[in-house]
Design a protein around this ligand. Structure first.
Ligand code: G3H
Ligand code: 13P
Ligand code: ZN
Length: 331
């Protein structure tokens, strides 16, 4: 049993409290490799933002859970070396079983998500409570989910979105004891968040998605005032990256995300954690594709992963400064 506290990591409790009071959201960025971790940490150090490093079960399978844990431990030292002891959380994203959550808690994660959103309500409550009861013994915080996002949630898939039902949230939160709640108000995972027929087109032919359901968010906030809310599927799918990818051999069709202004508005509410993965994937892919086309003789991975890492860092800083509002909140 390894305690996250010995690794220099923190849980989400204190940072969520400050974020709600301060009207901003904590960035939750997914990572699978060293370059993503370096970009996340150097961006958050440079703009003085707390950060949640997220590991999905796909990331665990790809990179190995032990290595990722050591990377998070390394991230704490890396931040200190750069001169800023920012709060860093190591979080399991979309945990789908008690065993997976327990294994992460036992090896040093400071926060876990148990995603029972696809289960019948009572089963979601029971599974979430079981994880909370275990996690809280070690002061590890737990995120639950109510409502189902459209698209693919890691190994949990759903064709259609079921918005969170505000009338269920008090019961869910009190029966399970969760520390935060992921909700469904119209976001979804990946780079194709909406079907073209759900969108309108602006004068440049760019797809404009339907607005998020802020009415449902307001209703949820009324039911559980001040309770930490999480938004998944919050990439904005920057069209400049889509364009670079498509003009350098890629084939992304009808890629569309959540407008940044909507996320900014959400971050000012009780939404205190915003999950972003796809935008980072797009930034890296755009840079790597461009370098391969512009320099076909290049074969040193540092020459394409290095610039991709720089672009990622720029993207993450932009998110903290202009979208989530978390920049400048660490002294
Ligand atoms: O919500 C899903 C995250 O973007 C992680 O994706 O399962 O492909 O690692 P992944
Ligand atoms: P995006 O696919 O919009 O980046 O969402 C990531 C996410 O919700 C991770 O849990
Ligand atoms: Zn998610």
């Amino acid at each position: 049993m390894i305690s996250y506290k010995d690794l220099g990591l923190v849980n989400t409790r204190e940072m969520f409290k400050k974020a709600i009071e301060g009207g901003y959201a904590i960035p939750a960025f997914n990572f699978n490799n060293m370059e993503q971790m370096q970009a996340i940490i150097s961006a958050c150090v440079e703009c003085s933002s707390p950060v949640i490093l997220q590991v999905s079960s796909g990331a665990r399978n790809y990179a190995n859970q032990t290595l990722l844990r050591y990377m998070a431990q390394g991230a704490v030292e890396f931040a200190k070396e750069m001169g800023k002891n920012i709060p860093i959380v190591l979080h399991l994203d979309h945990g789908n079983s008690f065993e997976l959550c327990k294994s992460c808690i036992d090896m040093g994660f400071s926060s876990v998500m148990i995603d029972g959103s696809h289960l019948p309500y009572d089963e979601n409550v029971a599974l979430t409570k079981k994880v909370v009861d275990y996690a809280h013994q070690f002061d590890v915080t737990v995120e639950g989910e109510l409502g189902v996002l459209a698209g693919v949630e890691d190994e949990v898939s759903s064709e259609v979105a079921h918005y969170t039902r505000p009338e269920e949230v008090i019961d869910f939160v009190s029966k399970t004891g969760v520390d935060s709640l992921a909700i469904s108000i119209g976001t979804s995972h990946g780079a194709n968040k909406f079907k073209p027929e759900q969108c309108t087109r602006n004068e440049d032919g760019i797809l404009v998605p339907p607005p998020l359901r802020f009415d449902i968010l307001a209703e949820i906030e009324k039911q559980i005032p001040g309770f930490p809310i999480v938004l998944h599927g919050s990439s904005s799918v920057p069209q400049e990256y889509v364009k670079i990818i498509n003009t350098h051999g890629g084939a992304l069709k009808d890629a569309v995300g959540i407008p940044e202004e909507e996320l900014r508005k959400a971050a000012k509410s009780a939404v205190c954690k915003i999950n972003i993965d796809s935008d980072g994937r797009l930034a890296m892919t755009a840079m790597v594709r461009k370098i391969f086309v512009d320099n076909p003789a290049e074969f040193d991975p540092r020459k394409y992963l290095g610039p991709a890492r720089e672009e990622l860092k720029k993207l993450y800083m932009h998110k903290c400064v202009n979208v989530l509002g978390s920049a400048g909140t660490v002294e």
